[in-house]
Design a protein around this ligand. Structure first.
Ligand code: FE2
Ligand code: FE2
Length: 158
């Protein structure tokens, strides 16, 4: 059984976000499938996951910035923490030969993602629908006033 599988609970009724999340689940599966195999292939797949995650988080951070979240909001800081962790894991694997770290990270990352998608990301998707945000034009029909900038995630997690 894979650490992370796509389930209807992960669906946030936002096609672009959901598509990105499906890709994340797929890339996680590819890293998992390479565990115990060739180190070069494992690293290559880990890098693909990392690169995708950078773009995934940038996309959500941009949506938040466009729809009235403060720059230091808690959802974006969760993204930064995960990216720092991915970078550090790669460094430890490559520079300090801690080969087993990716295998130890994956179940943690899977749990984190399930929780994050259903809390912070779900709240963001709901917020975007509330303000009538169009990701293509980056405009909202009912924008949030600047003085009401959102610093939390809009979910119970922070
Ligand atoms: Fe996400
Ligand atoms: Fe997120």
């Amino acid at each position: 059984m894979a650490y992370l599988v796509w389930t209807p609970e992960l669906e946030n009724q936002h096609p672009q976000m959901d598509q990105t999340h499906r890709e994340f689940v797929e890339l996680m599966g590819q890293v998992e499938a390479a565990l115990g195999g060739e180190q070069a292939q494992l690293l290559q797949r880990f890098d693909a996951l990392h690169e995708h995650t950078v773009a995934h988080f940038e996309q959500e951070d941009r949506w938040m910035a466009d729809t009235g979240f403060a720059p230091d909001n808690c959802h974006s800081s969760q993204h930064r923490q995960v990216l720092d962790l991915l970078k550090e894991v790669r460094r430890l694997v490559v520079d300090e030969n801690q080969q087993d770290l990716i295998g130890r990270l994956l179940p943690e990352l899977a749990t984190w993602f399930e929780q994050h998608a259903q809390a912070a990301d779900s709240a963001l998707a709901f917020h975007m629908s509330q303000v009538g945000y169009d990701a293509a034009t980056r405009r909202s029909e009912r924008p949030v006033e600047a003085e009401e900038a959102i610093s939390g995630c809009g979910s119970s997690s922070c």
